[in-house]
Design a protein around this ligand. Sequence first.
Ligand code: SF4
Length: 379
Amino acid sequence: MTVALVPERPVSLWPAAHAADARRPRSLQTKIGASDTVCARRAGYLLHGCTPTDGGEKRKAILGTWLHEGALEAIRNEYGWIIERRVEDDTIRGHIDAVQLDSRTALRLPKRLRPRLPAEEVTVEDIKTKSTFQWDNILRHGASYAELRQVLLYADLLRTEGFADVRGQRQLARLGPLPVGRIRFRFLNRDSGDDHVQEMPFQAEQARGARWWVNQVRAAEAPEDLPRTFPGPGLSAICDNCPFRTACWGPALAGHRPQSMLIHDDAERQQALAEYVEVSEQIKPLKDRLKVLRARLDGSAEGVYGDNTLSWSGGNPTKVDDVDAMVVLFKQAGVPVPMAPDATVMKAQLMAAGIPVPVRLDHERRTSVSINVTTAKKP
Ligand code: SF4
């Protein structure tokens, strides 16, 4: 009977997209790549050839890849920049999104490979797609440390080795090491199409820091010897989608957060509790101040004020189930309308009659657990 209420859905795109993504060279890579340098522990798992323990949601990443490919193709066709080319040395490898050569270097290439839009100095570009949710952070703070590390490694490989001498890029490889002058991030907003460019001079000193990071990962005897760069599932989207999250944090603990495995004894508990109190005391004045400022701004018109844009969201009517409309739909479909006791009406009538509403414990659903920390009584 319910079939009539469920319209037939066209076959989903995502199983095909996930299968295609799993076959991409990057997904099969077991050696460390510049794009794998997000988390030290994760880079360790990859370097040691560990089998991923988790699948996970990849739809956003796949959308990002598709956008990426389209953007790079446009850059290549219109500006003649060099896209998706391999760089490597004995320790690390990767594919640079785009290289914009300067005129002088470009003259060393056959005409058909020269950029129509050269740069003032050799520039290594990386494209990052972001959601609106992340956009304000990008505009305010730019690339993260991990993103910076990745591009510094690409640029340093190009500076020290040049393009890799592999099929399809032999002429580029003949250029040898290139004098990289700038690195550039091009952020694309997946939702609005806005773009934001962040450029900076390439500094070999910074690249040395990135190389040191890679060497630390390579020196570790086991992935477990490496630090977790992120705070774990539930606290970091990177961990939530990490293919090694079970290897890293262990199987899910019933009723407890994965991070609880980091505390082994009362001494560690005491230390964490003391830090919890210290941090609470530090943020309380800031939270109070935020409340005051929010109250002051209440009712201010939306607009640009100095460096910041003010806008308001929310305040809309909330959606509730339209039972009457559902009844109509069921009747139209010839499906019996379920007749369940109406708990709201029954409660109201019991209360009006002064009779306590009976309750029972539901062991399937639990109230959220709050932490309460007070000063311990001295013995
Ligand atoms: S779960 Fe998080 S901390 Fe652990 S390896 Fe993955 S990204 Fe790193």
